[in-house]
Design a protein around this ligand. Sequence first.
Ligand SMILES: Nc1ncnc2c1ncn2[C@@H]1O[C@H](COP(=O)(O)OP(=O)(O)OP(=O)(O)O)[C@@H](O)[C@H]1O
Ligand SMILES: [Mg+2]
Length: 352
Amino acid sequence: MVKVQLNDVEKRYGPTVALAPTNLSVTEGEFLTLLGPSGSGKTTLLNIVSGMTEPTGGEVWIDGVDVTNVPSAKRGLGMVFQSYALMPHMTIFQNIAFPLQIRGLPREEIRRKVEDVLELVQLPHVAGRKPKELSGGQQQRIALARCIVYDPSIILMDEPLGALDKKLREQMQLEIKRLQVQLGITMLYVTHDQEEAMTMSDRIILMNNGSAEQIGTPNELYFQPNSSFVADFIGQSNLLDATVAGEDRVRLVNGEIITVRHDAPLSHGQSVKVLLRPEVLHLREIDAGGNRLDATIRGSVISGSTVKHFLELDGGTSVLVEELSNGTNAAPAPGDRVTISWSVGQARVLPA
Ligand SMILES: Nc1ncnc2c1ncn2[C@@H]1O[C@H](COP(=O)(O)OP(=O)(O)OP(=O)(O)O)[C@@H](O)[C@H]1O
Ligand SMILES: [Mg+2]
């Protein structure tokens, strides 16, 4: 079932296009993340759904109703932002109870709901404390509790974990995901952190300069990016300049010909980019049907579980190779000559 539907929504500020006409449908219970660099239109899109930003064109539908002209408070959404905005003079209990009191619920029901939700975010013991007596991660959980206490069927979050350190962020990512699945909530989530988006989302919209560059599952964006922008933004990538030299062949700038697979029709002589993920490359030959290129080692870095090799192809192009470290890898020395190889299906051709 479609929960949220956007038909050609757009937002202009004078000559600035904050959001180009965008179509989107979000399924009930889906975790959808808006990912992209700063200024790409993530908050604009989220706020158009929330009703805090009025679109300059298009329509917003929620649960089959056109809510384009319905004020924010009447759209039945929950919202969590980067600044938790807990009220400092109130206890945690009072903070969470507040939205229920506004809705005029009976006292006993409020008490029960607040206790339930504190249990849900695993902080039943902090009800009597003030926000400043909690850690950042705990405050964020309370902000989440305050949002889910009135059972919104859709929650919008704009960079909710931005203020937390890496460990806590990762813990909260799992927590939010667990609650979202458990409660069957439809989630619209904004982040500029691609790992966070990959971990949490059913689908990701990658925003670029006010437009949706690609919409798909984390796997689709990683393994089937449809542009260099997507390949570059999601994960690490080598993007080699090349020209089409035949049905399934491209010529790199150093003149070497490599075999590729592709979905889109290519015309002879067309400029393209060849995507090679660092982890599909090997420093030795893997199979006779694969591709190989000669290169020179410029440096290697061991980062715990993996080893990164920085290479230079003959002709001068830099390439990154990432291999699992087994503790006994004989590290090549700078200046060593090596051969990199990969299986043909793992190189992806993208428009230049
Ligand atoms: N009130 C406004 N007036 C004019 N321009 C605006 C306004 N709000 C946003 N913009 C512009 O619209 C574009 C998109 O902004 P938006 O806040 O949606 O980006 P974002 O992807 O959320 O970025 P960030 O990751 O930095 O939060 C930016 O170029 C921004 O400068
Ligand atoms: Mg923003």
